[in-house]
Design a protein around this ligand. Structure first.
Ligand code: MG
Length: 243
């Protein structure tokens, strides 16, 4: 084969059936990137500013109780967490979020919400603009486990972006074989890179794993604050050589 189309006289890449530079290896699927943070062509839009049709109440039966206005969804305190009707395993998730413009409360009491992967693992949403709290509860923290590397929070009312790459845990019987792993960018700044989680999110106690399903919903937290979200999309992440 020519160098442009690949080689079949080269060694086999360990763990695969492909030669180094193998031209017969599956071509990566073509994806058209979205404009200005919008979903790429192979994403599932979970909220495009119109309605909550992709969401339901998380801890009771019934529809999601949050309100949609001017292209955003906003927590309606007391209506509870909401979650996607669809369930996901390994994923790439984009979420945009803005803190309430009326500043109320301090520490964990200001602009608190959360993004729960698989309904269990919280990436913190909090207004930490000139509002310190315990580091492992700061905006973008893996709550109770890892503080964000930096605090890249924008001012109340301004839009922040989360880009999360999530690898679900794998279980072998009752024990965790491969812990969950997450990478988080916030406003395009890396907060965590492939850190291993200690288990589902807990408050004031240590996390530890117990087996759960290989997929779960994305859940957003009602912590009583008027946090807004928009432009939420997700892509399943598959292995190499996978259509
Ligand atoms: Mg929270």
């Amino acid at each position: 084969m020519s160098s442009g189309l690949g080689y079949n006289d080269t060694p086999i890449v360990p763990g695969t059936r492909w030669h180094v530079h193998d031209g017969d290896r599956m071509q990566p699927p073509v994806v058209t990137p979205g404009n200005a943070g919008g979903p790429p062509s192979d994403a599932i839009s979970l909220f495009d500013g119109k309605d909550l049709s992709q969401w339901e109440a998380a801890h009771r039966t019934g529809p999601a109780g949050w309100k949609v206005e001017n292209g955003t969804m906003e927590v309606v305190p007391g209506t509870g967490n909401i979650r996607t009707k669809l369930k996901f395993g390994d994923l790439q998730l984009h979420v945009e979020m803005a803190s309430p413009t009326t500043i109320k409360g301090e520490g964990q009491g200001r602009g608190n919400s959360g993004i729960f992967l698989m309904g269990l693992y919280e990436v913190q949403v909090l207004d930490n603009y000139n509002n310190p709290t315990y580091p492992d509860g700061t905006v973008g923290s893996i709550y109770g486990q890892y503080p964000p590397l930096v605090n890249a929070m924008r001012a109340p009312g301004e839009w922040n972006t989360y880009d999360i790459i999530w690898q679900a845990p794998r279980f072998d019987g009752y024990t965790v074989a491969i812990p969950a792993k997450v990478t988080v960018l916030f406003n395009n700044v890396v907060l965590h890179h492939a850190v291993e989680l200690q288990g589902p999110t807990q408050h004031r106690v240590l996390a530890n794993y117990s087996p759960h399903a290989p997929t779960g919903p994305i859940e957003l937290q009602d912590h009583g604050d008027l946090v807004k979200f928009r432009n939420i999309w997700v892509r399943g992440v598959k292995g190499y050589d996978h259509p």
